[in-house]
Design a protein around this ligand. Structure first.
Ligand SMILES: Cc1cc2nc3c(=O)[nH]c(=O)nc-3n(C[C@H](O)[C@H](O)[C@H](O)COP(=O)(O)OP(=O)(O)OC[C@H]3O[C@@H](n4cnc5c(N)ncnc54)[C@H](O)[C@@H]3O)c2cc1C
Length: 472
């Protein structure tokens, strides 16, 4: 038997940092490094974690020693892939930064892809698009696959091809005890179920194997309409009754200075819809007619394009400060609810108040609710609000505004998308995971991460009882 490792202090002291530097190939960045502030920064401003060390992994072999040191010291361990969640950083502990793991293999013959977790949605979609193939991710190209896939993945092909996890074939993962597993429907089937929605609770994912679909040029882009109770309610009804080939995302917000939108409309409340029709191009005109008939469009940028062009170009210097809340609902907004939505947006003092409305259904709803740890299959819509603001002094005001919106607008049946939970507090974990899902996840967590090494996330403590309030 080898020599037992020297015990480390319960903080990340110099000895532990030295050990990290000795054991990993990647860079270990600490507070005295010139680029520490840049390295700890996440997508959102306002979440200022100060880790003791950030380990920029360059090779999967770097992962086990980091887990070992986190385990032996007991310091918090944050896992970061694309850095778009608020859990990608922590105070005092270690950030395991996987954003440099970006290997991607697209195999057109089998319509499959193998992606390391630092691959972004745009990188993957562009590479797959070269073969006329795609997997559905989210609405933003810079999001990392590591976090997005483990939470579910609700994107522009959600009604046609389902959630991203519905195209997950296998996962390579390193557990808290350093075991390397290949997980799929036949091996470690319990983990395969848990990883499809259970977030980063179970281990460090080092590779994702995904299915690709043939996606010919789509007809899509942005349609801007004036936001009134009638256009909002009408849009949602039309999106709901459209064929599954059409997926939509609507932002109700002050209209930014978009090309083609006359200046007098800038700053007025608008309905900015991003739409993807992944069906027969010849029938697109009739698919879009009900939306265009709702009002004279202020801008109509819908056109035929390769699917990969649906992502806006990334701006790596864009770090908004936003207070956001989300919920699922089983009803579309009628005109009365749409009016209340507009009033709530109008009452915000934020620089940019925005409500995002996503009509769900289609392929996402055709998977059984207990088939994966993402349990909200049958929900009709996801609604999120955000208050983008500049000063940290305003944050409490906008938090109350967003919380009040959820309290006023959501239906009796709670529910939240785990990837859209920010600083919502631990109680909403029970909304992300209804009781039966939670109980199963807590048992699997007990088995694979009994000491809760992976706890900087929407955490499911090993064996813990459901935190309420959802009782579905
Ligand atoms: C601007 C923006 C737009 C978005 N749009 C959408 C959208 O349209 N649809 C959608 O579904 N989601 C969307 N999201 C939410 C997004 O999916 C989540 O924030 C997701 O967690 C981001 O993944 P990431 O790898 O970039 O983030 P990270 O913050 O790096 O990771 C998030 C968490 O996932 C876990 N994790 C990450 N990588 C690993 C790994 N390799 N192994 C184990 N655990 C890991 C960790 O717990 C980590 O804290 C959006 C987010 C933003 C900021």
């Amino acid at each position: 038997m080898g020599k037992a490792p020297t015990p480390l202090a319960a903080t990340l002291d110099t000895a532990a940092v030295t050990a990290l530097r000795r054991l990993v190939t990647g860079r270990v960045i600490t507070p005295t490094d010139h680029d520490y502030d840049r390295a700890r920064r996440i997508f959102f401003d306002g979440y200022e974690g100060r880790p003791a060390a950030i380990v920029r992994v360059v090779d999967v072999e770097d992962v086990p020693p980091v887990l070992d040191i986190a385990r032996r010291t007991g310091v918090p361990l944050a896992i970061r892939s694309g850095g778009h969640s608020v859990h990608a950083v922590c105070d005092d502990g270690i950030v395991l930064d996987l954003s440099g793991l970006r290997a991607l293999d697209i195999v057109p013959e089998s319509r499959t892809a193998a992606a390391q977790p630092g691959v972004t949605a745009a990188q993957y979609t562009n590479a797959a698009g070269a073969f006329g193939l795609a997997t559905s991710f989210g609405d933003t190209g810079s999001v990392g696959l590591g976090g997005l896939v483990l939470g579910g993945g609700i994107g522009f092909l959600v009604r046609k091809h389902g959630l991203t996890i519905d195209d997950l074939i296998a996962v390579e993962m390193i557990t808290s005890s350093g075991d390397r597993l290949r997980i799929d429907a036949d091996s470690h089937a319990d983990l395969f179920w848990a990883l499809r929605g259970g977030g980063g609770n179970f281990g460090v994912v080092t590779r994702l194997h995904l299915r690709l679909h043939r996606v010919a040029p789509i007809v899509g882009g942005t349609l801007v309409l004036p936001a009134t109770p009638a256009t909002i309610a009408g849009f949602l009804a039309a999106a709901d009754s459209a064929p599954d080939e059409l997926s939509t995302k609507v932002n109700v917000m002050p209209i930014p200075p978009l090309p083609g939108v006359p200046e007098e409309h800038h700053g007025r409340m608008g309905l900015l819809a991003t739409m993807v029709f992944a069906g027969d191009v010849g029938s697109a005109e009739s698919i879009y007619a009900p939306f265009r008939a709702l009002a004279t469009p202020l801008a109509d940028l819908i056109h035929t394009m390769p699917y990969a062009q649906i992502f806006e170009p990334d701006d790596e210097n864009y770090h908004p400060r936003a207070m956001s809340r989300t919920f699922f609902t089983d009803e579309l907004l009628d005109e009365t609810k749409a009016e209340a939505l507009l009033a709530h947006l109008g009452s915000s003092t934020a620089l940019v108040p925005v409500a995002q409305l996503r009509v769900l259904g289609g392929a996402m709803a055709q998977v059984a609710e207990d088939a994966t740890a993402f349990a909200h299959r049958g929900r009709k819509m996801m609604i999120s609000v955000a208050a983008v603001h500049e000063s940290p002094d305003e944050t409490d005001t906008h938090r109350s505004w967003a919380d009040n919106f959820v309290a006023e607008q959501r239906s009796s049946q709670p529910g939240a998308y785990v990837n859209f939970l920010y600083d919502d507090g631990p109680d909403r974990r029970g909304e992300a995971y209804p009781r039966r899902t939670w109980d199963r996840l807590a048992r699997i967590k007990q088995r694979y991460d009994p000491t809760n090494l992976f706890r900087v996330n929407v955490n499911i403590p090993p064996g813990a009882a459901h935190p309420g309030p959802s009782d579905r």
